[in-house]
Design a binder for this molecule. Structure first.
Ligand code: SF4
Length: 196
């Protein structure tokens, strides 16, 4: 069981606001309350989809998501960017792997605020564990979901560090702290499993 108070303290020390919620519904209510009249871009995220967050925030904001017919450039120009993470260390480091690059780029630069939402299944005790889960759990499950012709997609059992043309792991971003050109970053933790 992850130590959420330790995680919250370490994230705060690294420059992030951190909120912990018992349910996805509470997290959605928090975001509906805090985000109104904004342009919001979304990165590809099963967590976001499972929470119905795009639909909920579209009522009072202008939302762009390439999974919902927008293009990635619209999301890249939004005031706020929302996505999930592939691995989070209790020590406070964040890890994301991306194939196309839009998600990791927007998580680093170009927005007034970046929000990452995660379930407790994304949390590992330390940085090595967070990188391991991003590479060996999140990426293979996403390759399987996307029906990629990669060695990991059949069983989603581990990363084979493939050289496949359909490899979905192009870049891995590790955050040691909030990048200084992003004025606000918020990490929202939901006390249940969400996404991969
Ligand atoms: S590098 Fe290849 S085998 Fe490893 S997770 Fe990514 S797509 Fe799968």
């Amino acid at each position: 069981m992850a130590d959420l108070e330790k995680l919250r303290q370490n994230l705060t020390a690294r420059g992030y606001a951190c909120q912990v919620f018992d349910t996805p519904q509470e997290a959605v209510c928090h975001l509906q309350h805090s985000l109104q009249g904004r342009t919001i871009g979304f990165g590809g995220s099963m967590t976001v989809r499972e929470m119905g967050l795009f639909e909920a925030l579209s009522r009072d904001n202008t939302c762009y998501w390439h999974w919902e017919k927008a293009d990635t450039d619209q999301a890249a120009r939004a005031q706020v960017y929302i996505s999930s993470l592939n691995g989070v260390a209790e020590t406070g480091e964040l890890v994301n792997i991306d194939g196309a690059g839009n998600r990791v780029a927007s998580g680093l630069y170009g927005h007034e605020k970046v929000i990452f939402i995660l379930g407790t299944n994304k949390i590992a005790p330390d940085l090595d564990g967070a990188i391991w889960r991003a590479r060996n759990i999140a990426a293979p499950k996403n390759a399987q979901r996307l029906h990629k012709k990669t060695p990991c997609a059949a069983k989603a059992d581990r990363c084979y560090d493939c050289k496949s043309p359909e490899r979905i792991c192009s870049a891995m971003v590790l955050y040691w702290q909030r990048p200084t050109y992003i004025p606000e970053m918020e990490i929202i933790v939901v006390k249940q499993e969400l996404g991969y």
